[in-house]
Design a protein around this ligand. Structure first.
Ligand code: 13P
Ligand code: SF4
Length: 311
């Protein structure tokens, strides 16, 4: 514990020395959330990355989040604790295949979920996150033809909510699709009064049963504002940390993972690659740094800015 205390003190000192800000996603380990300057969902984190006046952004999240920060703040140094922290959803849309796919659907507006590479964002008209996807699709004229990528589950959910017939790219988050409707049903049997709340990256049969669907920030808000005292939380387990702090008197039941891994809850292996030790090392060396080629960045900036204007 003493070692961790020293590490945290050292991180705080380095942060001041280098004029760095630490942005962390809700799926980060608890000790990382506790040292962050800002914790949020993908939309909140992008807004924060766009407005910070720090010289260095340390993004405790995954690679595409660091890239988005760099797209928005090209003159800042953007570092992430581990370059291997990728995202299965972003990886499900490789650039060459996506370009081929787009050719099959000319005259379509391309909306991409922020969980994709800078190159995919550069091929996109409007970026969205789980907190504004419905609003962004709704903002387009009714007769507009739309491609929605890369998350098929979020895409189906948005199509249902907006009544639009969109062309969907077949990508998914390996963590959220492991959350099984059967296991949730068993939990609901055990906790009959609990509200089932889910992230829209979950599969359709999970979302069909949910009392509430939303981004991580929206789920956190829901447990605070809803009068229920028990919640089954169908997303990555990291969000439980802030929920516990916000509603210590309520019972929060994390969704079980389907597979037999070391944790009984749903954990994102990429988000969990980040540690306090790696954060410390990246502040010392200001590495690994995120770079986005300028031509790609300028194109990607357009689609990210359209999202920010509409949010
Ligand atoms: P949000 O925090 O925007 O809901 O995104 C969830 C997620 O899977 C990030 O990788
Ligand atoms: Fe990607 Fe899923 Fe992990 Fe989010 S939870 S970073 S979508 S793999």
């Amino acid at each position: 514990l003493g070692k961790e205390k020293n590490l945290i003190e050292e991180i705080q000192r380095l942060k001041k020395e280098k004029n760095a800000v630490i942005l962390a996603h809700y799926y980060q380990q608890e000790e990382i959330q506790d040292i962050a300057d800002y914790i949020g969902d993908s939309l909140g984190l992008s807004q924060e990355a766009a407005k910070t006046d720090a010289d260095v952004i340390l993004f405790a999240g995954v690679h595409f989040m660091g890239e988005t920060a760099k797209i928005l703040s090209p003159n800042k140094k953007v570092i992430i604790p581990d370059l291997n922290a990728g995202c299965s959803l972003a990886d499900s849309a490789p650039t060459d295949k996506f370009e081929e796919f787009l050719k099959q659907y000319p005259n379509h507006t391309v909306i991409s979920y922020i969980n994709c590479s800078a190159e995919i964002k550069a091929l996109t008209d409007i970026v969205c996150t789980s907190s504004n996807a419905v609003q962004i699709v709704d903002s387009l004229p009714k007769d507009e033809k739309i491609i929605f990528a890369p998350d098929i589950n979020l895409g189906r959910y948005v199509a249902k909510k907006t009544g639009r017939d969109m062309v969907l790219w077949d990508g998914a988050c390996e963590v959220h699709i492991e959350i099984s409707a059967d296991k949730l049903k068993m939990l609901q049997g055990k906790y009959p009064n609990a509200k089932l709340i889910a992230h829209p990256e979950c599969q359709e049969n999970v979302l069909d049963e949910a009392d509430f669907i939303g981004s991580t920030t929206a789920l956190l808000k829901y447990v605070q504002e809803n009068e229920a005292t028990e919640f089954i939380v169908a997303t990555e387990v990291g969000i439980i940390h802030k929920m516990k702090q916000a509603v210590p008197h309520k019972k929060l039941i994390p969704a079980p993972a389907n597979t037999d891994n070391t944790c009984a809850c749903s954990e994102c292996p990429y988000m969990k690659l980040n540690t306090l030790e790696k954060i410390h090392a990246s502040l010392v060396h200001l590495q690994p740094e995120i770079f986005v080629p300028e031509e790609t960045r300028l194109k990607a900036l357009k689609s990210v800015n359209r999202m920010l204007e509409l949010s």
